[in-house]
Design a protein around this ligand. Sequence first.
Ligand code: BTN
Length: 260
Amino acid sequence: MNLRKDGILSELKNPKRFNITVLEKIDSTNSYLKELAKQGESEGRVIIANSQTGGRGRYDRRFYSPENTGIYMSILLKPTLLAEKSVLITAAAAVAVCDAVEKICGKSASIKWVNDIFINGKKVCGILTEGSLNTETGGFNWAVLGLGINVYTPKNGFSPEIENIAGAVTERLEENLRNRLCAKILENFFNYYEKLEQKSFLESYRKKSCVIGKKIDVIKNEHVLGATALDIDDECRLAVKYENGKTEYLSSGEISIKIK
Ligand code: BTN
């Protein structure tokens, strides 16, 4: 079954919490919801699409979003936290997705700091959190949390530039599976989001990390530095030890990592 509003609502314990729109096709659910946010839309507005023509990832990368196999979902938030803590939204969402995938599809997923989810070494989900900052308070006017999940392998496979990296959550074709997954992700995420600063997701985030203990490349302003990932701290920063023995706590901002 296609992604459908009634299919999602019927799976939600508290459907009134969300105002969901499901679209067949859109350029980018994040871009669309950002426009609504600028017009004063309320928290809990959710835009879901069966396909995107201009899906975006971090660093302005394209997010391949073919029809009827993935979930492309954006959620409007009005967080009370300081903007510098926005990584907590992304991290809570990552755990929410992993738990939903485990519950609905029986698959164990891991998290590559900070926003990618992997199954069997292949990326199955990316998360992009964008926001409007309130310069007076240092907080958010609003934030849009965008989730792109490759639930099934696309009919013609993944595009050549990502076919070695991207994977799908499941091959199990089941009536309503994508709708159930959507609903579970929304519920899981909002349960964490309601008490975000308690960070109840953080222990799971660490346990699901596929980075801790691994040799990695840290990529910062196009410089590549070899390091070992040591841990994830309470601010969700990645503690690394460089080959020269120096340690550093990395914030997600302008840094990406590659597992060796
Ligand atoms: C990444 O892998 O860097 C993040 C990918 C985020 C993709 C999702 S799909 C729904 C939402 N709309 C977008 O244009 N991007 C996000």
